[in-house]
Design a protein around this ligand. Structure first.
Ligand SMILES: [Zn+2]
Ligand SMILES: [Zn+2]
Length: 372
């Protein structure tokens, strides 16, 4: 099984190399870094989960957060829209607290430092993602599985996320972003990209093997690029002409409807669509010994499985739960090396409900990004 070496390419040395701009920001860049702030933050919150077209998001103004010990404050440049945000808004994913601000694909610029911080300076560009914090001491953290930490907190679920113009983040969980990638194109890498990468590891396909991808949106289109660069043959099975077209433009080996049979048995598959009825479909498409990895945090009910048709001959079904920081750092390194390109659709931050509605109705291919 391939796995990028931690120091491969020396792209992320100990002391992060950051894109740094003077106070006032890069000429023409989205946010000014310091000043011009009136001490208030505009933010979207989920009050009462409801179908997205019934308006579960509300825009509020609240006090500018003060970074605590070990935290940096991030002036949000843009924030990607993830399907998890939709699950949160619609109540498929129970809110961990009331009036939480969604958004966990945050690209921004450090504009205040809490006590005890040392990684970043004012003006550094950073990315804040889903995993906001772990305890570092539980049995999962100690064995390197911090994605399973039972005391973890998540951005845009436990703590305020990036559907706002400012937020705070623990500096140890913040990523340095490849400088070649713009704010808008970096945002989808932070969840869609990282979770997709972990799912690709979970699907356990060797270099040169055959990968099936069920559902093709923000996460899948990044994962497919990594898989193709690693020499895999990639078959995409998805509904929706936008998604199918996006897959074709990336040069995958075949594109079919979600319930079609791929042209050859799959060594591994990833289910990105939140559709449990595709689980037996994908299991049947696996070769003996193949693995189906379910990428999503939420899945509709899985129908009863037929042991012989769906699982026997050592096929495996597994889930993917969040990610470790190592996953994130590896993925960003590969994204830089392979020139992974996110296909994005830009929305104004004020249009967050419309972006979520468009995601719910499959009105675009790729990833929506909200801009301040
Ligand atoms: Zn832990
Ligand atoms: Zn996400």
């Amino acid at each position: 099984m391939w796995r990028a070496e931690p120091n491969e390419g020396i792209l992320f040395p100990q002391r992060p190399v950051c894109v740094r701009f003077p106070p006032g920001g890069r000429p023409g860049a989205a946010p000014s870094l310091i000043g011009g702030h009136d001490g208030a933050v505009e933010a979207w919150v989920v009050d009462h989960p409801a179908p997205i077209d019934d308006g579960p998001l509300r825009r509020i103004s609240r006090e500018l957060p003060v970074p605590g010990v070990g935290q940096v404050r991030v002036r949000v440049s843009c924030c990607g829209v993830c399907r998890t945000d939709l699950h949160l808004a619609e109540g498929d994913l129970n809110p961990r607290r009331s009036a939480v601000t969604p958004g966990h694909e945050i690209v921004g610029y450090v504009d205040a430092l809490g006590a005890g911080t040392s990684r970043f300076a004012i003006g550094d560009r950073v990315g804040a993602a889903w995993l906001a914090r772990t305890d570092g001491t539980c049995r999962f953290c100690r064995r390197g599985d911090e994605n399973l930490c039972e005391a973890s907190t998540f951005t845009g679920w436990d703590i305020e996320g990036g559907y706002a113009d400012s937020c705070v983040a623990d500096e140890r969980y913040v990523y340095v972003l490849p400088p070649e990638i713009s704010d808008e194109h970096a945002a989808p890498l932070l969840c869609a990209g990282i979770i997709g990468y972990r799912s690709l590891l979970a699907a356990a396909v060797s270099t040169g093997g055959v990968l099936g991808i069920y559902g093709f949106g923000g996460s899948a289109h990044l994962t497919a690029q990594i898989a193709l660069h690693l020499g895999m043959r990639v078959h995409v099975l998805t509904r929706g002409s936008h998604n199918q077209e996006l897959a074709r433009t990336l040069g995958v080996d075949s594109v079919g409807e979600a319930t079609d049979s791929p042209p050859e048995p799959l060594d591994g598959a990833i289910l990105f669509a939140p559709a449990g009825d595709l689980v037996p479909v994908a299991l049947r498409a696996l070769d003996a010994g193949g693995t189906l990895a379910v990428a999503g945090i939420w899945l509709s009910d899985i129908p009863a499985l037929d042991y012989d048709a769906d699982l026997f001959r050592e096929r495996r079904l597994r889930s993917v739960t969040a990610n470790t920081r190592r996953d994130g750092e590896e993925f960003l390194r590969l994204a830089q090396r392979f020139g992974v390109r996110s296909t994005t659709v830009a929305y104004d931050m004020a249009d967050a409900p419309r972006a979520l509605s468009d995601l719910a109705h499959g009105r675009f291919g790729g990833a929506a990004v909200l801009h301040n």
